[in-house]
Ligand binder design. Sequence first.
Ligand SMILES: [Zn+2]
Length: 329
Amino acid sequence: MTMPPRIGVDLGGSNFRVAAFAGGDTQLATPIEVHKEPVGEARDPASIVERIASHVERLATPYLGARPVPVGIGLAAMLRDRRGTVANSPHLRWRDVNFGEQLKARLGPHYALGIYNDVNAIAWGEAVAGAARGSQNVLAVFVGTGIGGGVIAEGRLVEGASNCAGEIGHVKVRWDDAAAPCACGSRGCVEAYVGGSYVAARIAKEIAAGASPATVALAGSIDAVTPGHVDEAAANGDEWALALWTELAPLLAVALGNAIALLNSERLVLGGGFLGRAPTLYEQVLLSLAVAAPAASLEPLTVVRAELGDDAGLVGASALAAAGISTIQ
Ligand SMILES: [Zn+2]
């Protein structure tokens, strides 16, 4: 009998995707089929459960048999337990939703279902099939609009006592009265300085106040300025852009260096849309990291860029479920 596929689902704030990967080999990073659709306005758990389940069934039904079909779902949410209870998902506007239980009940016994934090799923995808293939000790950090992370230690995904291990975005890099407020409710978090949405807001404010005509010239107009233009201006030697990157790079490097000191990872995977579009900043972060982490921790460390892009979460969630990690019993 044909091996059933493993199925990965990425449930984000705007879209959800359901992908099937050939079964058996968790190192496969290319899906056989991907279905994508907007989440839309109907965000109540029952309708999301139904929509996801119908696509999962369409992909898996030909293979249903003795073996359960692995289905892993990565979602942007704080999870309360290993049964897929969503404590809070601002993107989906869910609080205290027993999403895993509902989906498990809807799909029935032919599926091995696991619900994962999206960044953990992405980190696992990079570890099994992407930039950290073959490494047992991995720290993956994604700098997009916010900053998220995932930790693999001794080959195991570290989810933590209440599923919030790896939240490197909320590691403090400043702790005094002037520490910047963070969306998490605390202040001084590295995300509040280097998260893409915070950086973009700061850039917009300083550009509006007259900073860096060179950056505005690259963008074409004040309103069109993105962090990518600032990165380009920094590469060209613009004083304001360089000063901003020189301020931010060490803050991210300190958070990374502290994590590396704690974890002794062998691969540091760096990804995320903001850092991906800021190669000058990326290089400065690496230079700062070389002095921010202990030499003994740096010696075995290789820093790599994330490889799998948007598919990493689908790859990782499906591979976690296929390995039976935190699947709902
Ligand atoms: Zn925070």
